[in-house]
Design a protein around this ligand. Structure first.
Ligand SMILES: *Cc1c(COP(=O)(O)O)cnc(C)c1O
Length: 222
């Protein structure tokens, strides 16, 4: 984890950004509660999970720790209740119906759910995320909902040799939304292999798993 933190700081420095301008979300999907506990002992509070059942088991196991959980996987309607009850952030909202259900299910005793819109920046047919041209309408819709706080945009780039242009497009889209009055502060982009180019393009959260925990056993990535 220290090596990844060094990579983040180095990239921020290279980008001429402040050392706290981007932070690390440790992606713990497929890794054990014990591995998460060890990362917490090394100072990490925020963890990202993609698979709901697996995440709920670990959240229950680790209830004694003051962790902040981020849901980063695909969300179907039947997951919204549990996601709204057990997570602080959701990075993967890509349609109004899911946002409506999360807002309705967010318990009053908890602070507003922090939300990013997942954008299909590469426009691949088979992929989750809203198309860039539909992001503004979805953002405006989410901003009318109680119990949700829209923070920004998230993307998983298409696997090309250089993801940087796609990160640049997500940043441009965020600027466009802000120029339309959205007031968003978060760009969730960059993973183990490309966090540097994401930070150079303005990432504020990088989501890193395998560079910290090692390669995942062959579970399909969402
Ligand atoms: C698995 C995953 C990551 C982390 O990927 P690594 O390559 O292990 O760093 C980041 N974001 C999402 C949405 C993921 O599903």
């Amino acid at each position: 984890m220290q090596a990844v933190k060094c990579r983040i700081l180095h990239a921020l420095d290279e980008a001429g950004r402040a050392p706290d301008a981007a932070w690390l979300l440790v992606v713990s999907k497929t890794f054990s509660a014990e591995a998460i506990r060890a990362a917490w002992q090394a100072g990490q509070l925020c963890f990202g999970e993609s698979y709901l059942q697996e995440a709920l088991a670990k959240i229950a196991d680790l209830q004694d720790l003051p962790l902040e959980w981020h849901f980063i996987g695909p969300i179907q309607s039947n997951k919204t209740q549990a996601v709204a009850a057990h997570f602080s952030w959701v990075h993967s909202v890509d349609r109004a119906k899911i946002a409506d259900r999360l807002a309705a299910a967010r318990p009053d005793a908890l602070p507003p759910l922090q939300v990013c819109i997942e954008v299909n920046i590469s426009g691949e047919a088979s992929k989750g995320g809203v198309m860039p041209q539909d992001a503004l309408a979805l953002a405006r819709h989410i901003q009318t909902l109680p119990r949700l706080q829209l923070r920004g945009l998230m993307t998983i780039p298409a696997p090309t040799c250089d993801a940087r242009p796609q990160f640049g497009q997500l940043r441009a889209l965020l600027q466009q939304l802000n120029a339309s009055g959205c007031n968003l502060d978060t760009l969730s982009m960059g993973m183990s292999d490309d966090l540097e180019s994401a930070i150079l393009e303005g990432a504020t959260i990088v989501r890193v798993g395998s560079a910290i925990f090692g390669a995942r056993a062959s579970k399909i990535q969402p």
